[in-house]
Design a protein around this ligand. Structure first.
Ligand code: IPM
Ligand code: MG
Length: 357
């Protein structure tokens, strides 16, 4: 039997609720499939750990994580700790430490879920956003001087390297090639940002020569927001910088019905290190503990993780079960339903046990 080792880091807010739901569904799936087994290591890192130990994870955390085949991450963020401290304390050190340079964000409208866009339904919006995940505007390069004085200055420098841009571009073209429509939209802001963004355009043109079977176009990020709303059918795969894709993926999730559905993978395509999979929604303290967090993002995240681990068939089975449950109207309040996290989870497990998935 194939065995995969998963490091679970539920962390903050609704993270523990949705990761527990995801692990329950993964158990039901493994039992049904019979071909693989997951061994799960649980790590209690996050903001509570920080309050006790003064850091978000222990010094040897990366060595522990390295023993895993994949990381299943909940959310990090706490109302009492500045967001930049939580982010740079847990999530970014893992993404950057393992050089998970491709952030992969699929979006589509599930049956039973309605888009805020009039007349747009399943099939009209099926996108894959590839976000550069190792540099750009999140490089952490910059500083502040003359603090508190009138002449105070702060810089936040975006870093674009040939290696960094070329590898994400190649990855994006490969992902586009693997999808039926084989189309890539390269998003930049190269009219205003004439150094880094023109560099992106040049590298896109260069890499495209190696992907003659993929069609591609360019879009400025501001125009892209309009296109996403007005012509969602014209979009397939998208590649953009760390910050641009961060913003576009929130819009994408909202257009597909809810941030409560959207998954993401922080992927090391070269597989030198474990990749990390997480729902996009974050810690959501306003609904923490209420039992109404939407577990669908966590399920889709689990399916992405399985696919990365080579369990393509099981990933497909899981997605069909989730879509069956959504189509049947078993939805949490963010999707206009009345179901709880537990009810949605039980319905997906039930669909997996039955013959209809
Ligand atoms: C995301 C989130 C994070 C990001 C936040 C929590 C810092 O918005 O994963 O999209 O900007 O990377
Ligand atoms: Mg975001």
């Amino acid at each position: 039997m194939r065995q995969h080792r998963i490091a679970a880091i539920p962390a903050d807010g609704i993270g523990p609720e949705v990761i527990a739901a995801g692990l329950e569904v993964l158990d039901a799936l493994a039992a049904r499939d019979g071909g693989f087994k997951l061994v799960v290591d649980h790590y209690d890192w996050g903001s509570d750990y920080y309050r006790k130990h003064g850091k978000f994870m222990p010094a040897d955390a990366m060595a522990w994580l390295r023993t895993a085949d994949a990381i299943y991450f909940g959310a990090v963020g706490d109302p009492d700790i500045p967001d930049d401290v939580t982010l740079w304390g847990l999530r970014l050190p893992i993404c950057q430490g393992f050089d998970q340079y491709a952030n992969v964000r699929p979006t589509r409208i599930f049956p039973g879920v309605s888009s805020p866009l009039a007349g747009v339904g399943p099939g009209d919006l099926d996108w894959l956003i590839i976000r550069e995940n190792s540099e750009g505007e999140y490089a952490g390069h910059g500083g502040r001087a003359h603090r508190g004085l009138p002449e105070e200055v702060a810089t936040e420098t975006a870093i674009f390297t040939r290696r960094g841009v070329e590898r994400i571009m190649r990855y994006a073209f490969e992902q586009a090639r693997a999808r039926p429509r084989k189309h890539l939209t390269v998003v930049t802001k190269s009219n205003a940002q004439r150094h880094g963004m023109v560099f992106w355009d040049e590298i896109a043109a260069m890499v495209s020569h190696d992907f003659k079977d993929v069609t591609w176009d360019k879009e400025l990020v501001d125009a892209m927001t309009q296109r996403m709303v007005r012509r969602p059918q014209s979009i397939d795969t998208v590649v953009a910088t760390n910050l641009h894709a961060d913003i576009l993926s929130d819009l994408a999730a909202a257009l597909a019905g809810s941030l409560g559905i959207a998954p993401t993978g922080n992927v090391d395509p070269e597989r030198r290190s474990p990749s990390m999979f997480e729902p996009i929604h974050g810690s959501a303290f306003d609904i923490t503990g209420k039992g109404i967090a939407n577990p669908v993002a966590s399920f889709w995240t689990a399916a992405m993780m399985l696919e990365h681990l080579g369990e393509k068939q099981a990933a497909g089975t899981l997605m069909r079960a989730v879509e069956t449950v959504c189509a049947a109207g078993v939805l949490t309040p963010d999707l206009g339903g009345k179901a709880t996290t537990k009810e949605v989870t039980a319905a997906v497990c039930e669909a997996l046990r039955g013959s209809n998935a």
